[in-house]
Design a protein around this ligand. Structure first.
Ligand code: NAD
Length: 348
């Protein structure tokens, strides 16, 4: 029996990516919707065969507790709402899959983890890159030392943000600008590839004066992460320049480039190395799996097999702590040390 999902928020991501992705799921299916727009919800419910009695408003959301078809709630709302809807969802007795960034502060993340623990429910953060096959291949090569030890990583995630992205330009709703939205991919993916936690960050921020989009939030962030193994990862994110969603891992005897690395489709990997002294490039095939289907199936399997998700709430909390240190470093114009954390791999 497939695990039933309730989708909360019917915005771009839910309508264009998540709901269509259920068509490729093996273990998950949509069974309920939660929205502030009843007319839109009625149409979407009809399209996906969801019963009218399984459609809820943000006010009646808590009644999900009486709907046994729903086992997982997938929260796809503006960032500031993740905290409230995770806690209410856990109290309704459901497992939670929450979009990134997990919340707007480390304190909120801690409260979300505590609420799910108290309710005995699982909490997973939707870090889709960690379920995507080409990025997982890079992780394996790094961990297996296919090209020797990794020395440096360079990552970028930039986009020229449209002017009509209202909530993303409001600090209270988004929590910040490019950093928690797209810069988070550089941070989370670096940690995912290396399997170790940074000990120090240094960062700089620049925001174009007079640009309407950036009255409340930052535009560009450059940050450097230092790791116990000696790896340095240099990351850049921005909301005002053309798309670049790529990274390169530099190891002793080869490098692996993902360009692009972070979009929903069309990812490409290229490996450069020199077996026998002759430099060559290899481009592995993209297995073309839907990332949203993979992550929703993963959560469904964790529910069925009673396992901890690969990206639990603790992952989101760690990123939030590091982002807070990145802001602090930029503000104070000096490196910030990060407290040692127990290996997060222990959650997996
Ligand atoms: P969106 O603006 O398209 O949708 C947000 C939804 O929330 C809308 O249906 C809107 O009506 C609803 N909403 C409820 N209260 C609101 C309020 N006070 N202000 C504004 N909207 C409100 O946004 P989206 O792109 O679907 O993003 C939703 C979440 O998903 C965010 O947390 C975002 O970071 C995340 N996201 C993740 C990915 C990914 O690849 N994993 C991609 C895009 C977005």
């Amino acid at each position: 029996r497939r695990v039933g999902y309730a989708l909360v928020g019917l915005g771009h991501l839910t309508l264009n990516e998540i709901l269509p992705a259920f068509g490729q799921c093996k273990h998950a299916k949509p069974v309920a919707l939660v929205s502030g727009d009843p007319e839109k919800m009625r149409k979407v419910a009809q399209q996906y065969g969801i019963k009218p009695s399984s459609c809820y408003s943000y006010q009646t959301y808590d009644q999900l507790k009486d709907n046994p078809e729903v086992e997982v709630i997938y929260i796809v709302l503006p960032n500031s709402m993740h905290h409230e809807f995770t806690i209410r969802g856990a109290k309704a007795g459901k497992h939670i899959l929450c979009e990134k960034p997990m919340a707007n502060s480390a304190k909120e993340c801690e409260e979300m983890i505590a609420a799910c623990k108290k309710a005995g429910k699982k909490l997973m953060i939707a870090y889709r890159i960690q379920y995507e096959p080409l990025n997982r291949m890079v992780q394996k090569a790094v961990r297996d030392k296919t090209y020797g030890r990794t020395k440096m990583i360079q990552m970028m995630n930039t986009q020229n943000q449209a002017h009509d992205q209202q909530w993303r330009h409001k600090k209270a709703l988004a929590g910040g600008g490019s950093l928690p939205d797209v810069g988070l991919y550089c941070l989370n993916t670096t940690r995912f590839l290396l399997g170790e936690e940074p000990t120090e960050v240094s960062a700089q921020i620049y925001t174009t004066p007079g640009d309407d989009r950036f009255k409340e939030i930052e535009e560009n962030v450059s940050f450097t992460l230092r790791f116990p193994s000696g790896v340095i990862s240099q990351c850049m994110t921005g909301y005002g320049s053309f798309n670049n969603k790529s990274y390169t891992v530099y190891a002793e005897t080869g490098s692996i480039e993902m360009d692009p690395a972070f979009p929903y489709h069309g990812l490409r990997q290229e490996r450069t190395h020199a077996p026998g002294g002759k430099q060559m490039k290899e481009v592995p095939n993209d297995p073309q799996k839907d990332q949203f289907a993979l992550e929703m199936d993963h959560m469904a399997e964790c529910v069925r097999q009673n396992k901890t998700p690969y990206t639990p709430g603790e992952e989101g909390l760690q990123d939030q702590r590091i982002m807070e240190a990145i802001y602090q470093s930029a503000r104070e114009n000096k490196p910030v040390k990060l407290p040692a954390v127990s290996k997060l791999d222990a959650f997996r």
